[in-house]
Ligand binder design. Structure first.
Ligand code: GLN
Length: 526
């Protein structure tokens, strides 16, 4: 028998979106720094099968794993914090489990039994947790939403049963609550958190640790009240006000009264080596030698979460390059040349659909014309190709995604993708290899000709137009190993103009920025 994996279940109360994911990842980072192997899983109670078709303006970015899972953006936080690569197994949605259960029922696998949420869905959840945890010393399970949400009850029941089954000493329940500050009476109010703890107990779970999120530092008396209502020791309550850098949280946890609890739970007494985090915070906060304003040309401007991995990748590159970064959001629907001229570099991120396409194409054209540093990601490559073809005289060149009738379809739908537009799980997803030209900037940055990046697209460059694209100022510098799909284009006359069909932002890490982002910051920095 292998070693017993320890499980840390992270639930939330009062509000969602107060940092359960960051909390879980930060505790994970501390345990990693003790030498333990850590894995992590997000359970979302939605009836969606994956996050692929969810509106990014509402849910934030769709994060893509190496094996092509389209997931919640929390998986991105986990990958960045823990520097691991996750898979389909780490994203568990009710919709997917129910779909599989019903398929099994139709296939006659239940021998006439009644299929029910308990025990069948709860059983499937527990099996998904067991599978995702295989081989790790500690496995985190974060339950999306808040405890008491109607649709999340099966998950709460599943983790309760799971903890009983594996033995209480192998399960740690962490509940993250929010304590609001009422400005008019100038006090913190712990009542919603107390109610949230009652709710959790009502489902049969007494937490081992309570994390109390507040906007500002709150008095210790709040911790006392919460300890009493939560049925936990005061040492198991951690007050967690907002911090200037989320990368301080691992250090904060390691220096708190939670540490003896985590030591006892894991049976690992090693002092965590947090130099990775302290160095990062020092680098982040040090005065910088250079400055760069990067314009992100995008259509979802009211929710930064929509481009969270791109933002994190830019920040990581800027810290590494000793550069003070300012991000300027440029509305793709109203963008003008003045907007492009005002920034030191342009980035066109991934996107779908016609809205904002002309502004993004204009950004690429401007960068080509004026030698403005440019990084194009996925759609950002496609609009660059359109801009180049138009420069070469094909005035109506377009992607068939934006104009189905274009006479010059320089970007067109990939083989096998016709008719699948707007359907789930059908894009070209996950890791694919590319081969880079030896004289390309991409090769100089990656330091290797054969690379692998994550993908999420349906359209591709039409190589019939290779001549026009080149006349317009772009070279094709990277393709799929068989040469069929264009993966990289660059403008040899520009100081930095690189575009990729892939999503390099998903592989950037706070301490290991991605070379294409480093290249952009270096070129834009002044
Ligand atoms: N809409 C484009 C495609 O499907 C680009 C996708 C993206 O930027 N992720 O190919």
């Amino acid at each position: 028998m292998g070693k017993q994996t320890k499980y840390i279940f992270v639930t939330g109360g009062v509000l969602s979106g107060v940092g359960k994911g960051i909390t879980a990842a930060s505790i994970g980072a501390v345990l990693q720094a003790k030498g333990l192997t850590v894995s992590i899983q997000k359970c979302d109670p939605y009836l969606n099968v994956d996050a692929g078709l969810l509106n990014p303006a509402e849910h934030g970015e769709c994060f893509v794993t190496k094996d092509g899972a389209e997931t919640d953006l929390d998986l991105g936080h986990y990958e960045r914090f823990l520097d691991i690569e996750l898979t389909q197994k780490n994203a568990t949605l009710s919709g997917r489990l129910l779909r599989d259960l019903i398929a099994d029922e139709r296939a006659g696998k239940f021998g006439g039994k009644t299929i029910q949420l308990v025990p069948h869905l709860t059983g499937a959840i527990q099996e998904a947790i067991r599978e995702a945890s295989e081989g790790s010393d500690v496995h985190f399970v974060e339950i999306g939403g808040t405890v008491g949400d109607y649709e999340g009850l099966s998950f709460v029941e599943a983790i309760r049963e799971f903890g009983r089954r594996i033995g209480r000493e192998n399960a740690l329940y962490v509940h993250v609550v929010y304590v609001p500050y009422i400005g008019t009476s100038k006090e913190f109010k712990s009542k919603p958190a107390q109610n949230a703890l009652n709710d959790l107990r009502g489902f049969g779970i007494v937490p081992d640790v309570v994390i109390v999120r507040t906007d500002e530092p709150a008095p210790e008396s709040i911790a006392g009240k919460i300890a009493m209502f939560g049925g936990v020791d005061e040492s198991a309550v951690l007050m967690m006000p907002n911090v200037d850098s989320v990368f301080r949280i691992p250090e904060k946890i390691a220096g708190s009264s939670l540490m003896p609890i985590l030591d006892a739970f894991t049976g690992n007494q090693h002092k965590p080596d947090l130099s990775r985090w302290t160095d990062l915070v020092a680098r982040q906060q040090a005065p910088k030698a250079k400055h760069a304003t990067i314009g992100i040309v995008a259509k979802y401007l009211d929710n930064e979460d929509t481009y969270i991995s791109v933002l994190e990748a830019l920040k990581a590159a800027a810290w590494r390059e000793d550069t003070d970064l300012k991000v300027q959001w440029i509305n793709a629907e109203t963008a003008s040349e003045d907007d492009f001229a005002a920034v030191d570099g342009l980035l066109v991120p991934g996107g779908f659909g016609t809205r904002g396409a002309s502004g993004k194409t204009a950004a690429a054209a401007y960068a080509l014309e004026h030698n403005k540093p440019y990084l194009g990601i996925c759609l950002g490559l496609q609009v660059a190709v359109i801009a180049a073809a138009r420069r070469a005289g094909l005035e109506q060149a377009n992607s068939t995604e934006f104009d189905a009738e274009t006479p010059d379809d320089v970007v067109y739908i990939m083989d096998g993708q016709q008719g699948k537009e707007s359907t789930g799980g059908t894009l070209r997803l996950g890791n694919y290899p590319a081969h880079l030209a030896i004289d390309s900037r991409a090769y100089a940055l990656y330091g290797s000709q054969d690379i692998t990046e994550r993908h999420r697209h349906r359209y591709e460059v039409n190589q019939k137009y290779r001549d026009a694209i080149e006349r317009g100022g772009l070279s094709i510098t990277g393709t799929s190993p068989d040469g069929k799909l264009v993966e990289y284009v660059e403008a040899p006359t520009c100081d930095y103009f690189v575009a990729t069909q892939a999503h390099p932002e998903f592989r950037s890490r706070p301490t290991r920025p991605h070379p294409l982002f480093t290249g952009l910051i270096r070129a834009a920095g002044r």
